[in-house]
Write a protein of this length. Structure first.
Length: 335
């Protein structure tokens, strides 16, 4: 039978049930016995029936579709966060529409949201890696809830993210508790909001206990930049502890230090951030602060769904997902 001509009534006749039962199955209702649901699904498959989602949206006022706007889908944190959004959406009967911001000329949130304002969406999540000119002025429309995955809280949008600042204070405090007198930092690129938060946390943690801020090395998130920093850090006479803003740079620094004749952790200890190398590098020795990107994605979707269901989600505050400390032996105790 031609799929276009297949109706609810055709499926009902094939399955031997009422049209109302077919409608309940098509709309994901739980008020159908499992054996009946299976009969209807078999009939749908046999006839080639597909629900009319446009008609369903007109009837319910919902598309069951959430948008995600981000840059650099290949970046580890973005990919894991996106995975969290997509999996949570699927578990709740939503689809996901993705738009990238790589070529966006308008550096505003309102400009970014124009990419999806004509699409059939119930809400949108923006994974922020850079500053937007209207960050604190942007107000989402009443018809499209927006959640920001952001380092800073926004005035008019719910925000959520990992605790980049807290990663730094935790790393510095851990080094100092092990007897290290100062902590050097390999930072991420200046365009990254997360990198800037990690710099602030590192500086504040040292300043709080009266330790002068040592030289900072800046990388680009990739292992080669960490390797070059490691070569240079090998010549810092007081460097016994290095905190890198991600695991790739931390691992590169470990190799650079060793290439320059330093032992890790006997001479120099290292901590990274994100736990992105687990399962990638064999016999991984790097101590790190694991960021729960998937949890961030799950919760961001939940914030959208709650708003779609009429619940108010507060703006002006940031939901923070704390990191998990993973000790793999790359820090030596000097006490």
């Amino acid at each position: 039978m031609d799929r276009i001509s297949v109706s609810l009534q055709d499926v009902a006749k094939e399955a031997g049930v009422s049209s109302q039962t077919v409608s309940r199955v098509a709309n994901g209702s739980t008020a159908v016995r499992p054996e009946t649901r299976r009969k209807v699904e078999v009939a749908m498959e046999r006839l080639g029936y597909r629900p009319n989602y446009a008609a369903r949206a007109l009837k319910s006022g919902k598309f069951n579709n959430v948008g995600v706007l981000l840059s650099h889908m290949s970046a580890y944190g973005n990919a894991r966060t996106l995975e969290g959004i997509v999996s949570a959406a699927a578990d709740n009967g939503y689809s996901t529409t993705i738009r990238t911001l790589d070529n966006l000329q308008d550096r505003s949130l309102s400009g970014a949201l124009k990419l999806v304002d004509q699409l059939p969406l119930d809400g949108a999540v923006v994974i922020m890696e850079r500053d937007f000119t209207d960050f604190n002025q942007f107000k989402p429309s009443r018809d499209l809830p927006v959640v920001l995955i952001s380092e800073e809280p926004a005035n008019y949008c719910p925000t959520i993210d990992s605790d980049s600042y807290g990663c730094s204070t935790a790393a510095v405090d851990y080094f100092l508790s092990k007897g290290h007198k100062t902590v050097y930092h390999i930072a991420g690129p200046s365009t990254s909001r997360a990198a800037q938060s990690r710099i602030r946390g590192w500086r504040d943690a040292l300043a709080q206990v009266g330790i002068p801020i040592p030289s900072m090395y800046v990388g680009d998130w990739e292992a080669d930049s960490g390797y070059q920093a490691g070569l240079a850090l090998a010549h810092e006479h007081d460097c016994t502890a290095v905190y890198a803003a991600n695991d790739q740079m931390a691992y590169g620094a470990m190799l650079g230090l060793r290439a320059a004749g330093k032992r890790v952790p006997e001479d120099v200890s290292i901590i990274g951030v994100d736990d992105s190398l687990k399962g990638v590098v064999p016999r991984l020795e790097l101590t790190t602060l694991r960021l729960k990107f998937k949890v961030v994605g799950n919760e961001a979707f939940s914030m959208i769904e709650r708003q779609c269901n009429g619940e108010k989600v507060p703006s002006g505050i940031k939901t923070v997902i704390p990191p998990e400390f993973i000790d793999r032996g790359s820090v030596r105790e000097l006490n």
